[in-house]
Design a protein around this ligand. Structure first.
Ligand code: SAH
Length: 462
């Protein structure tokens, strides 16, 4: 009664037909019934559907897709049998070209809505030729189902229920044989499986990293303890897989959603693997950030290089540098690289990466970018012709943005994995004397709703 008074034209648990005309930032279809907005998982713009209303609020409601009456011309049959249940890919039912357009619009909308930025060119999303089997890193949660059967797969959407995955179409195919060997080991060694509720049992996650060009493999078991039973059996099984280079045990005893703990024990091989991007080699350790899509990473770094447009005499700051990837990719084309990164292990990797590539014009600092850069700017009056920033999803700290404005570099190149924080930060930089030259979205995470963006800015005020 009350809701009808509020003017809500639909009722909970009743079915309606409707047309979907938009898609949300998290991939839900959006449509209207008599002017009232409904969000539906699995529905696409252009679909005509039968919907059951699940929940209503004053302004909008949520529905369940009951039946597709007429499919959108952008709809495809998902390649994966667990699509729609697994939380990993939200867009497998969306034509790849439409995904790319969706991502471009997502960036455009965030810039407009959050940054008030309307007058810039947002280029078409740079996509993949073959948008499958691209990821070099996987983190499988391990659990038991209600019949106590071991489940290795991925979390369902917004939950910690594990959906078992036999094969994943965005992961490296080598993972299937790795998981098979680990399953055999679990059975034969009677390894206990971790329960989140009870905070008991050993095996929590299996993490793998695979070099795309080198094919080198790292496998890590994340356990709620310091050791596992019969570890030589695990090693014996895994080392038969071609290109196996590193078998690790990571201890995580915390009651938390963070997957990896800090303690790593090397069970076999090396603690790192190596991969190449272009003609640079990178050593990668378990705890360091490394882009997950090597094919698109090369395109991303080439785009940064194009925006740098090097003459050879530039001093470049690579902020949030991880293992030094972007800076080292540019180092041979410019005069000097400085990198800043918060994770000590990543900075060790960055220095080692400079060494193995015989790069002598790169220096790295460990610490918070928002503390190191202001301090260096104040005390040393640093030189910075071009500044590259590649922050995590939460974007840049205010103190860092203020320093960027004071440094007055000729260009800022902002690499972002979240359009919302990108838009927020670009607004601050544009108010501080920088103009946006161009915005380039790139598809680093095919079939998910996520989008990577590179923004080139140039200094307008002296
Ligand atoms: N440019 C790198 C890494 C980008 S990911 C690449 O392309 O591979 C973002 C990085 O920022 C991570 O390595 C993370 O550890 C680091 N980071 C997060 N917060 C930071 C902070 N406040 N100061 C410096 N680095 C930070």
């Amino acid at each position: 009664m009350k809701k009808e008074k509020l003017g809500i034209p639909v009722r909970k648990n009743e079915e309606y037909t409707m047309t979907i005309d938009d898609i949300s930032t998290s991939g839900e279809g959006i449509g209207k019934i008599k002017g009232y907005t409904l969000f539906l998982k699995g529905a696409l713009p252009g679909d005509e559907i039968l919907v059951k209303v699940l929940k209503t609020t004053k302004k909008y409601g949520f529905g369940k897709l009951i039946k597709i009456l007429k499919p959108s011309s952008s709809r495809v049959e998902p390649i994966c049998p667990i699509a729609g249940r697994c939380g990993g890919c939200q867009l497998l039912h969306y034509k790849y070209d439409s995904q790319l357009e969706y991502k471009r619009n997502k960036v455009k909308n965030a810039l407009e809505r959050i940054g008030g930025i309307t007058d810039v060119e947002v280029k078409e999303t740079i996509g993949m030729e073959e948008p499958y089997y691209y990821r070099n890193k996987v983190q499988y949660p391990v659990g038991l189902d209600k019949d106590k059967k071991v489940q290795i797969g991925f979390y369902a959407i917004r939950s910690h229920t594990i959906v078992e995955s036999k094969t994943c179409y965005i992961q490296n195919k080598f993972n299937d044989s790795i998981i098979q060997k680990i399953k055999e080991y679990i059975d034969e060694s009677r390894l206990s499986i971790y329960s989140e509720q009870a905070h008991q049992g050993l095996l929590r996650h299996i993490v793998t990293r695979i070099g795309y060009y080198t094919k080198e493999i790292m496998v890590c078991l994340v356990v709620n303890g310091e050791s596992i039973p019969n570890e030589s059996l695990l090693v014996e099984k895994l080392r038969t897989i071609p290109h196996m280079k590193s078998i690790l045990l990571n201890t995580n005893k915390k009651k938390s959603n963070v997957i990896l703990g800090e303690d790593i024990k090397c069970l076999w091989g090396k603690e790192t693997i190596t991969d190449d991007i272009g003609d640079i080699k990178y050593k990668i350790s378990l705890l360091s950030f490394y882009q997950v899509n090597p094919i698109q990473t090369k395109k991303l770094y080439d785009k940064v290089l194009e925006y740098v447009n090097p003459r050879g005499n530039e001093t470049i700051w690579d902020i949030y540098c991880g293992i030094g990837t972007i800076g080292l990719y540019l180092a041979r084309h410019v005069k000097q690289i400085y990198g800043i990164e918060i994770i000590p292990q990543a900075i060790e990797d960055a220095k080692e990466n400079a060494r193995i590539n015989h790069i002598k014009n790169a220096e790295f600092y460990v610490g918070k970018a928002e503390e190191i850069l202001p301090k260096k700017h104040e005390k040393e009056n640093i030189k910075a012709d071009i500044i590259i920033i590649d922050p995590p999803r939460k974007g840049c700290d205010q103190a860092l943005l203020e320093t960027l404005i004071q440094i007055k570099a000729k260009k800022i190149i902002y690499v972002s994995c979240d359009p919302a924080t990108l838009a927020r930060d670009l607004k601050i930089l544009t108010n501080g004397g920088y103009a946006i030259v161009v915005i380039q979205p790139l598809d680093m995470f095919a079939h998910s709703v996520h989008v990577e963006t590179v923004a080139l800015m140039s200094r307008t005020e002296k």
